[in-house]
Design a protein around this ligand. Sequence first.
Ligand code: BV8
Ligand code: ZN
Length: 242
Amino acid sequence: MEFSDDLIEALKMAKRVVVLTGAGVSAESGVPTFRGPDGIWKKFKAEDLATLDSFMARPELVWEWYNWRRDLMSNVKPNPGHMAITEMEVMFLSFWLVTQNVDGLHQRAGSKKVLPLHGNIFDSYCMECGKYYADPPFKDGLPRCSCGGLIRPDVVWFGEQLDPELITKAFDAAEKAQVFLSVGTSAVVMPAASLPVVAKRSGAYVVEINPERTELSDMLDEFIEGKSGEVMPELVKRLKAK
Ligand code: BV8
Ligand code: ZN
């Protein structure tokens, strides 16, 4: 596959690179995206499940959904797209992977420089005392802490603030990046979706990699139509070639 000279030149010169990923990079691992044709929001609606209000109203239903996703995600593995992004980590003086994904596949692919903006579906914590549980103890259909508090998944729900340290680091990285790749995200969820815009405004060469165009495509430097599991390994291979 061919890449533009602009992109290759920019990456060869770049000291600081940021990659933003969304559910699309896990699609080829068999994890359904949110808003795609087989999107998991189709069967359920985001506002019905990924919000604190719905959890307080129907904790069993929300836990049923998260347990379904945890089971699904524990039976899949990182795909070549994840592996290629892990390889990129050591190719630049400074590299950050900002992910919206909660499936832990980047971490399982060996990525270390990860900012998991929306949390991790395999972690849970007690809403009363904050105690963390890898596998929460379920009793009569709900996970309860030893203190009696209700345990929730360690993910950021709609309407909830992101971890201030994580989001500050992510914006700082986007502002300083010379190249910013937005991979496999529909770029609709804020504040993550503003990172490519911030990078562009700060002078980075911003490229989107996605089988479909998004609302951001027209304002970025390049749109590469393709699957991350195919494009990313090709890009890394091209970068390693002298
Ligand atoms: C905040 C964790 C504010 C949970 C997620 C109205 C009401 C309430 C809130 C809002 C509102 N309007 C705006 C908001 C803010 C809201 C928001 O942005 N809503 C959107 C929908 C408009 N944001 C928030 O609420 C955030 N918090 O703003 O707080 C605040 C301020 C002050 C004080 C208090 C509060 C919190 C957002 C985090 C929500 N949590 N996930 C869970 O997962 O269960 S978001 C969820 O969407 C996932 O994290 C997911 O990653 C993320 C983004 O979606 P994508 O990753 O892009 O996935 P999607 O399916 O959309 O797209 C997949 C893409 O992949 C597609 O483009 C497809 O073409 C492509 N693709 C497919 N196959 C491939 C591929 N690409 C490459 N290769 C392939 N093979
Ligand atoms: Zn507790």
